[in-house]
Design a protein around this ligand. Structure first.
Ligand code: ATP
Length: 594
């Protein structure tokens, strides 16, 4: 397939505002792919040349892409920038400029484009700006106008297609397995390898059997296991204790930064909760791993935060990252030592431990970690009674921690799972358990008065509907944001605003401006209520009925009452990591019981 052919599919994807047709287009595209090119097609569809976790960024600044476009089209860089400013999208500028050239049938192969973009990503040091521009310009000269439009967007990190990982999985399943019935197998491989390109290539080369054999690998992050919620220790014992699991394992819940630590010999890598490579962020932890872990290869799951063992003081996530961002990382590591509380181990000396029961895994932690200077095995106990869990919860809270995490002693590590194998119990607020909700910004509604200066009066936010891989609206948020935060939101949202509703968004409320669902914010609300205006929790039929305004069938979704912004969470959460509809409904049901 040529790159130009690939971009005709991108063009269709950009135009659609329906997720089902997005899957169809992807599936048509994948069906055309040869086994030598499927991996590259998958990465390029997400604007990448490597899986998300690999720190390979093609990244070029606007002005450098404009210069490359200028070289290719024989136009002054300044003129290109003017056009870009006028159109607001480098892709449109590239399309317009390259139309003059009339490259009718571009023969450029996917491999050539992929290899050159990879070379651009790896080009560094003196003279690299010029070299990157030339490489990109050489490609652009061989592009027709549609190919040029989509090509320039890639090094800008803004391919405007917004295809989430679950949608790619749907596309692969539909193209290769006929339907989605075997999608679960692909999903398992995805949870354990985090690499869609690898899965696609394996599927194309060896079929589903080969995908099932994909292994955990040091250096490839595993999707994190997450917690369900329960309101109190009594419920925890009721729900989690049974014959197979006579007691529960309880550890403190640290409010830090989740870090998955991979070690192979001397090589240490670290990944965040959303699978980004964070190795460079934690020089102090790397040192600690080298000193304390003697076994050749391990994967550890941990929560990192600043901790002073002498005073037993913990610094919460927000504060830890704020200080680290503000000051030089090296300097801060001295005054504010980071520690990692290791609560799980997923790989030990060449062997995956995902299927090993929790209590046995914890024994491996003891074998793997020597001492407790930087890596500290998280203290935990097997408890049998609600009163014991309550005491430990209170103890954690009194130490300034968030609460406790309770785990089934016999449970395997379920990569990417959120179920009752792990349950979080959090601190009480005004006598009630409370939790925040992570929402995704879907758009903004332009306000009147003072705030118009910043171009926003309210945000339309949504939660994630896992079943349908789409974002459904749950609230409008107008309060709790300072003018500075509005400016910040406006600055970020402007970069991702789109002309029509994105395909993976489902909302009855039409905001003044749609944005691609990318920014995750943490929201605190007084209550979850039922609402006919929001699509969160509506079935597909109900959403359609609501859109057609069939009043007699008017359904109700769920909404947030008195929502306010607590923090931005996009540093450690992808949009798909936002609170899910399932969780929202569970929280609503818990609240009703009270
Ligand atoms: P929240 O938004 O409530 O902070 P979250 O949505 O990021 O949580 P949850 O599944 O709700 O994720 O809570 C689990 C998180 O708690 C883990 O991702 C991890 O970062 C953190 N954590 C702290 N201590 C532990 C522990 N002992 N065991 C497991 N996870 C822990």
């Amino acid at each position: 397939m040529t790159f130009a052919e690939l971009t005709t599919y991108f063009e269709k994807m950009e135009e659609t505002s329906s997720r089902l047709s997005l899957i169809e287009i992807l599936s048509d595209l994948f069906k055309q792919a040869h086994k030598d090119e499927i991996e590259k097609i998958v990465y390029l569809s997400q604007g990448r040349v490597a899986p998300f976790y690999a720190p390979i960024e093609i990244g070029m600044a606007d002005k450098n892409v404009a210069a490359a476009l200028g070289f290719a089209c024989g136009e002054e860089k300044e003129k290109v920038l003017q056009l870009y400013n006028k159109l607001g999208d480098m892709g449109l500028a590239a399309k317009q400029l390259s139309e003059k050239f009339k490259v009718k049938s571009s023969k450029l192969s996917i491999k050539e484009v992929f290899d050159t973009l990879t070379e651009i990503a790896h080009t560094g040091g003196e003279g690299s700006v010029d070299k990157k521009q030339k490489l990109l310009a050489e490609l652009l000269k061989q592009c027709d106008s549609t190919a040029a439009k989509h090509l320039v967007r890639i090094p800008l990190g803004n391919n405007r297609l917004g295809i989430g990982d679950p949608t790619i999985l749907d596309g692969l399943a539909t193209a290769k397995l006929g339907d989605k019935s075997n999608r679960k197998q692909l999903e398992k491989a995805y949870n354990e390898t985090s690499d869609l390109g690898l899965i696609a290539q394996t599927l194309w080369e060896g079929g589903l059997e080969a995908v099932k054999k994909l292994q955990v690998h040091v250096g490839r992050p595993i999707r994190s296991e997450l917690c369900e919620r329960l309101p109190n220790p009594v419920k925890v014992i009721e729900k989690m204790v049974d014959e197979k699991n006579p007691g529960v394992h309880v550890t403190p819940k640290y409010d830090g930064f989740r870090v998955q630590i991979h070690k192979n010999g001397d090589k240490v890598e670290m990944f965040s909760r959303n699978l980004e490579d964070m190795t460079h962020m934690f020089p102090d932890l790397i040192e600690g791993v080298r000193k304390q872990v003697k076994v050749k290869s391990v994967i550890l799951d941990s929560e990192a935060l600043a901790y002073q063992p002498e005073s037993e003081e913990f610094l919460p996530f927000q504060e830890t990252t704020k200080r680290r961002r503000k000051h030089n990382i090296e300097e801060v590591s001295k005054s504010l030592p980071l520690r990692a509380f290791v609560f799980d181990i997923l790989y030990y000396d060449g062997k995956s431990l995902l299927d090993t029961p929790l209590l046995e895994r914890l024994e491996y932690i003891k074998k793997a970690i020597h001492g407790d200077e930087v890596l500290i095995p998280a203290p935990g106990k097997v408890l049998h009674k609600a009163s014991e869990v309550q005491t430990m919860l209170e103890d954690s809270i009194s130490k300034g921690l968030e609460g406790v995490v309770v785990k089934r002693t016999d449970s395997a590590y379920q990569a990417g799972g959120r179920n009752f194998n792990w349950v979080k119990l959090k601190r009480h607020a005004a006598g009630e358990l409370h939790d925040t909700i992570d929402c995704v910004i879907l758009g903004y509604i332009i306000g009147k008065g003072k705030r118009t200066a910043f171009g926003a009066g309210a945000l339309l936010v949504g939660v994630y509907d896992e079943k349908n891989d789409e974002f459904v609206s749950v609230s409008k948020i107008g309060t709790g944001l300072t003018d500075i935060e509005w400016q910040e939101i406006h600055k970020r949202a402007d970069k991702i605003k789109v002309e029509h509703k994105p395909a993976r968004v489902n909302s009855l409320i039409i905001p003044s401006v749609w944005v691609r669902p990318e920014i995750v914010i943490e929201v605190l609300a007084d209550e979850i209520t039922r609402s006919p205006l929001h699509t969160a929790g509506m079935s597909q039929n109900e959403k359609t009925a609501a859109k057609e305004d069939k009043v007699e069938e008017r359904p109700t979704g769920y909404a947030l009452r008195f929502p306010r912004l607590v923090s931005f969470r996009d540093r450690d959460k992808k949009p798909e990591d936002a609170t899910s509809v399932k969780e929202l409904i569970e929280m609503y049901n818990e609240q009703e019981k009270k």
